[in-house]
Design a protein around this ligand. Structure first.
Ligand SMILES: *Cc1c(COP(=O)(O)O)cnc(C)c1O
Length: 390
């Protein structure tokens, strides 16, 4: 049997590959410290799990869900956006439930990109934007995220003819993998750019709630008129430790919500209504207090890791958001080679930056998904292995 040509160009999903490598080492009895995958190690809060216990017993939910998401779920998202971001949403036209943001991001591309259309994609970035652009026959245009630009794309550097052919502009702040944050002024410029070129602006806000040192992340929908051109993805995965539940929403531009709905109704039949009910309940029990608790935990881990690495010669600043640290690698090495050294000599799994795009070269990504003691041990092992920044 011959596979479709469209999947021949798709590199193996980096995290699946890394997981295999980790399993091999574990099988050999190596005590691996896994800082590769961005998956929270803490449990989903009790009140959400308990709501799920009640919801799963409702026979009405054992049938097919509503395609666009349950009315109560869409209302809960709209209420949360008003409370959290001061943004107004019509739950009937401007909210669609997703089986995780990853599903929605992928399908949104199929709803807007014809073969030959350009998609503007940050480099480095979450791999799904580029992979599905390629699958759909689109033409990814990579926008470098450089330290000297605070890891924001330079929209003015995009050539006019590229912008004219572009259908979607992806942005993501707080950012995976660089941990950079963006202010409303950048979002305003992105909205202007999208309006000028008739492009759908897609903001992936997966880390909106994972912020530190008093920084509060905005929504793209806080920009006046953003809904004319923009959608935002809001996921329960990272803030509520719910990656396994597969629940998120796309909100904003009504035409994009409707277009994504056409792909989704012909592909999946929506998320289990009981999961939607549990997720909607996430907002009922002082989520801000829960986020504050989680963010204190991540701040402690961040400090242990960054202070530890800085004692080995790095000069990293403290991050303001996400549970990632984007670590520059010592001059003269590649991100793949450096990751290999960390794994083979210290049993520490990190992700080579190049896995997120060519401009990820020169960095590795560390996920703060183990406790402070283990992070300290990871740094100690790197030190013992002779790893230094010089
Ligand atoms: C984790 C992550 C997602 C995926 O979220 P799900 O809702 O679990 O699918 C999307 N975008 C970015 C940038 C992420 O890091």
């Amino acid at each position: 049997m011959r596979r479709a040509k469209r999947i021949a160009s798709i590199p193996p999903y980096i995290f699946a590959q890394m997981d295999q490598r980790k399993q091999e080492l574990l099988a050999k009895g190596v005590d691996v410290i896994a800082l590769g995958v961005g998956d929270p190690d803490q449990p989903t809060p009790d009140w959400i799990v308990e709501e799920m216990g009640r919801a799963i017993k409702k026979p009405a939910y054992h049938r097919y869900p509503d395609y666009q998401g349950a009315a109560f779920y869409r209302r809960a998202m709209a209420d949360w956006y008003r409370r959290r971001f001061q943004a107004e949403l019509d739950p009937n036209r401007e909210v669609v439930a997703l089986i995780g943001s990853k599903e929605g991001l992928a399908h949104l591309i199929w709803a807007f990109v014809d073969p030959g259309d350009v998609v503007l994609i940050p480099d480095p970035a979450y791999p799904v934007y580029r992979t599905h652009t390629l699958l759909a026959g689109g033409d990814p245009y990579l926008m470098p995220l450089l330290p000297e630009n605070d890891f924001l794309p330079d929209l003015d550097a995009i050539p006019e003819d590229v912008a004219r052919r572009a259908k979607i502009l992806f942005i993501n702040y707080p950012n995976n993998p660089t941990s950079a944050v963006a202010d409303l002024d950048f979002f305003r410029r992105a909205v202007d750019f999208a309006r000028r070129h008739d492009i759908l602006l897609c903001h992936d806000n997966a880390y909106a709630e994972m912020t530190f040192d008093g920084y509060v992340a905005p929504s793209i929908l806080a920009v006046d008129g953003a809904k004319d051109v923009a959608v935002e993805f809001y996921s329960f995965s990272k803030p509520f430790n719910m990656t396994g539940w597969r629940i998120a929403a796309m909100v904003g531009n009504a035409d994009a919500v409707s277009a994504l709905g056409i792909i989704k109704t012909n592909t999946d039949s929506g998320q289990f209504t009981a999961v939607q009910e549990a997720a909607a309940a996430a907002f009922d029990h002082d989520p801000a207090a829960f986020f504050a608790k989680m963010n204190r935990l991540y701040t402690g881990r961040r400090d242990v890791f960054i202070d530890g690495m800085n004692a080995l010669g790095w000069q990293m600043e403290k991050t303001k958001g996400t549970f990632y640290v984007w670590v520059p690698i010592p001059p003269g090495q590649t991100s793949g080679g450096f990751s290999q050294v960390c794994l083979d000599k210290a049993g520490v799994v990190v992700t080579p930056g190049v896995a997120y795009g060519p401009h990820g070269e020169g960095f590795v990504r560390v996920a703060l998904t183990v406790d402070e003691k283990r992070l300290k041990e990871a740094v100690d092992r790197l030190e013992a292995a002779g790893v230094r920044y010089r």
